[in-house]
Design a protein around this ligand. Structure first.
Ligand SMILES: CC(=O)N[C@H]1[C@@H](OP(=O)(O)OP(=O)(O)OC[C@H]2O[C@@H](n3ccc(=O)[nH]c3=O)[C@H](O)[C@@H]2O)O[C@H](CO)[C@@H](O)[C@@H]1O[C@H](C)C(=O)N[C@@H](C)C(=O)N[C@H](CCC(=O)O)C(=O)O
Ligand SMILES: Nc1ncnc2c1ncn2[C@@H]1O[C@H](COP(=O)(O)OP(=O)(O)OP(=O)(O)O)[C@@H](O)[C@H]1O
Ligand SMILES: N[C@H](CCC[C@H](N)C(=O)O)C(=O)O
Ligand SMILES: [Mg+2]
Length: 506
């Protein structure tokens, strides 16, 4: 059964109108009413237009007959696809680059949901998920009924679904936005990944505000080079956002500045629109003074550790104000955010050793997470880390080096090996860890559960044990199979077994 959320009410758009909207020739003959759109043949609902997209592995047109059998009434495809799909006998809109128009088409079919929704979009190499939760908290404080679409979960008012990816394909995204609107959502915050921008997944979305956390290196398995990665992210700032908010502390973002760009600086640069100083307190109770336009000064705070979360909080406030929230409400709403799943999350194991789970799986994130965790430790900082298989391989040694520089004891283990050889991945992470020349002790432990057990066995009162890389993930993909695995549960269980549980739970 197709699982992606859709609006309950589907009015439908005649195919001829869609052709006119895309300024392409309407197919002669039948003019079916299109009531939904999908790019996946297995997800076709009767009345759908099936977008038969050219892919890295297959051409969607190979599945046009399946789509027709499931009730599709029309196609969108490219010239190669039109030939391949001819036998399916469906009227087709043919364009050179279907992904480039798919968002506008889906938006039209689903009633242009972003014309009446406040939509806040966050991009950047690290901090999208964290910032999205802070923004959502501020939108709630302002009285909005909220939605959130991102890496961890998808919430459309009272409808909660698992997130398959950080940013859904345009077809699914516009259906979700329409479903959110139908359920009374007035403001929605979403993460916008570089894959999404490169592949047109946010086409047709009007953003009230777009924000950019920072630019680092990632996903070079997908993007041709760093320039290509930057160009993908830059697309969010090509005019599709009413307000643009950029991190002034990251010089890489300067080429995107325009006359009306809003900027923020956690480093306290007074030339930014929003800046912070007087950062005080540590751990899960950071306070700072927020400075804004026209001499505005407000006491502010964020209940998350690390200087990077002060930056995320500033971005959240700046975006909220851009979305029409008054600054005091925005500040209070951001401060009220109680935590982000799998991001510097304390595990449920009271005792002399703090256990923390974090999603850092790129170099800059590891540096930021370990700096934050250092402040939580009155003893040593013990870090368990691996790297994903079938993903950007170049980042592995850098991840190892960052762990060796930031922690006292590093256990290099497995993340999601996927179809790659775990021993090879560990060797690449270890090579970077050793090459860093840091004083940290470095161990290799095959198997994540074994590594967590070993980290806890080696811990002493006052230490922090941090598991990096998997955060909120509920499974571990080994040899192409996903096994249930939750770092938070594993670490809490190991800590309780070693140190007991004052609350009496076992
Ligand atoms: C690299 C990438 O993003 N690839 C996306 C791309 O896949 P592809 O080009 O390989 O597609 P393909 O398998 O050749 O198939 C071609 C077309 O035929 C269709 N098809 C195929 C088979 C079939 O039986 N029926 C059918 O309809 C497919 O839906 C597709 O439209 O188009 C597919 C749908 O059109 C996406 O599902 C797929 O995402 C894959 C699964 C993926 O893993 N993406 C990840 C890397 C991703 O997007 N990550 C980002 C960033 C996360 C982060 O920041 O860390 C995210 O936003 O989640
Ligand atoms: N502003 C930031 N700068 C650097 N590191 C950060 C920042 N915010 C969060 N991090 C670190 O990066 C990790 C991932 O953070 P988060 O999930 O918020 O980012 P993301 O951009 O959504 O990541 P992903 O693309 O992996 O989903 C966190 O667990 C934390 O260690
Ligand atoms: N969305 C990211 C998540 C990576 C998380 C990490 N645990 C890994 O498996 O590398 C990706 O698919 O690249
Ligand atoms: Mg994310």
């Amino acid at each position: 059964m197709p699982g992606n959320p859709r609006p309950r009410t589907l009015t439908g758009t005649p195919l001829g109108d869609l052709a006119a909207r895309l300024a392409v020739a309407a197919p002669s003959g039948a003019d079916p009413l299109v009531t939904g759109v999908t790019h996946a043949s297995a997800e076709v609902h009767p009345g759908d237009l099936y977008a038969a997209l050219p892919g890295a592995r297959r051409h969607g047109a190979e599945f046009a007959a399946d789509a027709a059998a499931a009730g599709a009434v029309a196609l969108l495809t490219d010239p190669a696809g039109a030939e391949l799909a001819a036998a399916a006998g469906l009227p087709a809109l043919v364009v050179p680059d279907p992904r480039a128009v798919l968002g506008v088409l889906a938006s039209t079919v689903y009633g242009d949901p972003t014309s009446t929704l406040t939509v806040v979009g966050v991009t950047g190499t690290a901090g999208k998920t964290s910032t999205a939760y802070l923004v959502e908290s501020g939108l709630r404080a302002a009285g909005h009924t909220t939605g959130l679409i991102g890496t961890v979960e998808t919430r459309l008012g009272d409808l909660v679904v698992d997130s398959v990816r950080t940013t859904p394909e345009a077809t699914d995204l516009h259906a979700m936005l329409a479903a959110a609107r139908e359920r009374g959502v007035t403001a929605l915050v979403m993460e916008v990944s570089s894959h999404a921008l490169a592949m047109g997944r946010v086409g047709g979305v009007r953003f009230t505000v777009g924000g950019y956390t920072n630019f680092g290196s990632d996903h070079l398995d997908f993007h041709a080079d760093v320039e290509d990665y930057f160009a993908a992210k830059a697309r969010l700032f090509d005019g599709r956002c009413d307000v643009e908010v950029l991190n002034h502390d990251d010089p890489a973002l300067r080429p995107l500045y325009k006359a009306r760009t809003v900027t923020y600086s956690a480093a306290g640069d007074r030339s930014a629109t929003w800046w912070a100083d007087g950062v005080d307190g540590a751990g899960y109770a950071q306070r700072f003074t927020l400075h804004g336009p026209d001499g505005l000064t407000l006491p502010a705070g964020v209940a998350l550790p690390g200087r990077h979360n002060v930056a995320n909080a500033l971005l959240a406030v700046a975006m909220l104000v851009g979305a029409g929230v008054d600054p005091k409400t925005a500040v209070d709403g951001v401060a009220a955010c109680g935590g982000v799943p799998g991001r510097l999350e304390l595990v449920d194991a009271p005792g002399p050793v703090r256990g923390v789970v974090d999603y850092a799986h790129k170099t800059d994130a590891i540096v930021a997470a370990l700096a934050a965790l250092r402040e939580l430790s009155s003893g040593r900082l013990i870090c368990v880390i691996g790297a994903g298989g079938d993903r950007d391989r170049g980042k592995r040694p850098h991840m190892g080096a960052a762990a060796a520089r930031g922690a006292d004891l590093v256990l290099v283990t497995d993340d999601n090996p996927r179809t790659a050889d775990p021993a090879v991945i560990r060797a690449e992470v270890l090579a970077g860890a050793y090459a860093a020349g840091a004083s940290a002790r470095i161990l290799e432990v095959a198997g994540r559960r074994a590594a967590i057990g070993e980290a806890v066995r080696l811990a002493e009162p006052g230490d922090v044990v941090a598991l990096l890389g998997k955060g909120h993930e509920q499974g571990q993909e080994v040899a192409g199979q996903v096994h249930p695995f939750d770092d938070r549960v594993e670490l809490a269980t190991a800590l309780r077994a070693r140190f007991g549980d004052p609350a009496g739970r076992q």
